[in-house]
Design a protein around this ligand. Structure first.
Ligand SMILES: [Zn+2]
Ligand SMILES: [Zn+2]
Length: 413
């Protein structure tokens, strides 16, 4: 069995893996949003056109290039219903931000949406000779691991996953005994602090800031993190004012629409009801006029309404990052150099900041435990900056057969 590794190979971003079975199956087809030159990067060219795309989840590093396939092709793509709806929002936003620079336009976007085929967890379907199944990945609503049985072999592609339970998801279950494991390894060298501890620290920072008369600014990814933060904050406190600005508003209403994909829909609905969605300038003014929590995109501060809040809150306010900021994004500049860049100008930010690791990915011991249970004959390490190092460790210390493919590499499994 051959797999073409077209992205997320020795890197994070542009996940795309083409499996050569009797049908050609593309696992994810994403973009790398921030490469070193600050330009988006798309998957490497494939040698044979895919017959179908199986999408693990909606984050753009997995889904962002799918519409580009519809320039010349007419294939189906498979995803859970929330994933489809999130894609529509994220792809629309990409068109708005990038316009002509994108490798697709409105026509391909519309065609792609028409070619979606729904799937739910634990429901099998066939692609040619292969039997395919989606399993809950515990990463964001609708996220899935993809299990493919073909030619007497079982292949598991994890996509992005998290084992630990969070406020909105139960966490991915271990999958026992697979032949080939294609696994993300974003945090192969780090553990995440325990959730409960993190949540309590977050609340302490928020209370301290509000009691001082400031705003707690939470730059946040619109999809996944925004909703988790709403759920966390409201599970501790139903009264403090919480404002949500940016694309997170729309995504949050989609979380409510697809409530069977979150753990505690009733509780989440109650939490959301007590949040104020920022619709216009008067709401923005209101948000900064009182001590409050403001959750706003973008998570790495590269655009989005969060940038304006930075310069409209009082000096008693503070920034709380809950996600990792990639090098040379505004969030990274702020943490490392004390400024952000807006329209080419360096703007100093004096507000204090903290970073709390609310990652939606498996940490190091989760990865090791997951691998132990899967007990694979072969591991393909992807979606990580340190795949070569981790591969060597897995080979030498644990005796696994491991490959950390390079972009464009074709591997035999
Ligand atoms: Zn993801
Ligand atoms: Zn990812």
């Amino acid at each position: 069995m051959k797999i073409e590794c077209l992205g997320a190979s020795q890197e994070v971003g542009r996940s795309a893996f083409l499996m050569h079975l009797d049908k050609k199956i593309m696992l994810d087809y994403g973009v790398k949003i921030f490469d070193k030159e600050g330009k988006p990067k798309y998957p490497e060219n494939f040698t044979q056109a895919p017959d179908i795309v199986l999408l693990s989840h909606a984050h753009l590093d997995h889904s962002g290039a799918i519409p580009a396939l519809y320039k010349e092709q007419d294939l189906r793509w498979v995803a859970t219903p929330p994933t489809r709806d999130f894609c529509e929002v994220l792809w629309t936003d990409s068109m708005k931000i990038m316009g002509e620079e994108l490798p697709y336009g409105k026509r391909e976007f519309k065609k792609a949406l028409r070619k979606w085929r729904p799937i739910t967890y634990n429901e099998g379907f066939r692609v040619g000779e292969a039997q395919v199944e989606y399993l809950d990945a515990g990463h964001i609503a609708g996220s899935a691991m993809i299990r493919i049985k073909s030619e007497g072999k079982e292949v598991l592609y994890t996509g992005d996953f998290k084992c630990e339970e969070t406020k909105l998801h139960k966490g991915a279950k271990y999958v026992e005994d697979v032949d080939v494991l294609i696994i993300e390894s974003t945090y192969s060298d780090r553990e995440h602090p325990p959730r409960q501890e993190l949540e309590e620290t977050l609340m302490e920072h928020i209370y301290e800031t509000l009691e001082n008369g400031g705003n707690a600014l939470l730059p946040s990814f619109a999809l996944g993190r925004t909703q988790e933060l709403i759920a966390v904050i409201r599970s501790y406190d139903i009264d403090i004012p919480v404002y949500v600005d940016g694309m997170g508003r729309e995504i949050t209403s989609l979380y409510l629409k697809h409530k069977q994909y979150i753990k505690n829909p009733k509780e989440f609905w109650k939490a959301v009801k007590r949040v104020k969605f920022v619709e216009g300038i008067p709401d923005k003014k209101e948000a900064v006029a009182e001590p409050s929590v403001i959750i706003s995109s973008a998570g790495m501060m590269n655009g989005g309404p969060i940038l304006n809040y930075l310069f409209h809150v009082n000096a008693r306010s503070r920034i709380i990052f809950t996600g990792y900021c990639v090098e040379e994004t505004n969030g990274w500049y702020l943490q490392n150099k004390g400024f952000i860049i807006k329209e080419g100008v360096e703007l100093h930010v004096d507000l204090p900041w903290e970073y709390l690791d609310f990652s939606a990915h498996a940490g190091r011991s989760d990865l090791l435990n997951f691998i132990k249970h899967a007990n694979p004959q072969k591991i393909v390490l992807v979606h990580g900056d340190k795949t070569e190092e981790f591969a060597q460790e897995l080979r030498e210390d644990f005796g696994y057969e491991v490959v950390a493919p390079k972009p464009g590499e074709v591997i035999e499994v």
